[in-house]
Design a protein around this ligand. Structure first.
Ligand code: G3D
Ligand code: MG
Length: 177
């Protein structure tokens, strides 16, 4: 029983500035269908995703200012961090970078999966530019780090293979920790 309750605390933490697409990505990964979010997350959003052999619990914490104080608390007992950015929101990339580096600075081995979302938008930076803008080369040698370009458009369509790959990778990383 203690094993079960210990496991219960281990969540995949999903962070990023508000409007980046965290909820949209989570719902799409959960349903295997692309799903836009219909409303901004107020506070917390917990989503369970089943794969063939296990269940993963994701916790999105709202990106707006009042909730950011919770980020580090939850992260300290997280399995891995998923960080979502709006690739077309050039003005706020420095802010996203600052938060990301603050978050991972406290944990040198926490695996990191970055979603460079909204790749459908004309103004979106390519993932190589996102890699630079977020200074991902500085995230640490001992850390597993992955970067995916994603887009959540075409409501109801099956998720593209890159999102399926990301989901498989996350399941793999979560099992490994
Ligand atoms: P958040 O949970 O990070 O705050 P949401 O972000 O998932 O709530 O998404 C914020 C807005 O961005 C939503 O639009 C959502 O539909 C849109 N969005 C999410 N992903 C994409 C994407 O890949 N491409 C585009 N073009 N839009 C996306 P609204 O209009 O409801 O604010
Ligand atoms: Mg949200």
């Amino acid at each position: 029983l203690s094993f079960v309750s210990q496991e219960k605390n281990k969540q995949i933490i999903v962070l990023g500035l508000d409007g980046a697409g965290k909820t949209s990505i989570l719902h799409s990964l959960a349903s295997n269908r692309l799903q836009h979010s219909v409303a901004p997350t107020k506070g917390f959003n917990a989503v369970c995703i089943n794969t063939e052999d296990k269940q993963m619990e994701f916790l999105e914490i709202g990106g707006s200012e009042p909730f950011r104080s919770y980020w580090e608390t939850y992260l300290s007992r997280g399995l891995l961090l998923i960080f979502v950015v709006d690739s077309a929101d050039h003005n706020r990339l420095p802010e996203a970078k600052k938060h990301l580096h603050q978050l991972i600075g406290t944990n040198p081995i926490l695996p990191l999966v970055v979603f460079a979302n909204k790749q459908d938008l004309q103004a979106a930076y390519h993932i190589t530019d996102i890699h630079d803008a977020l200074a991902l080369s500085e995230v640490g040698n001992d850390r597993k780090m992955f970067l995916f370009g994603t887009q959540v458009t075409e409501n109801g369509a099956e998720i593209p293979s890159i999102m399926q790959d990301a989901k498989d990778l996350i399941a793999h990383l979560a099992a490994d920790v």
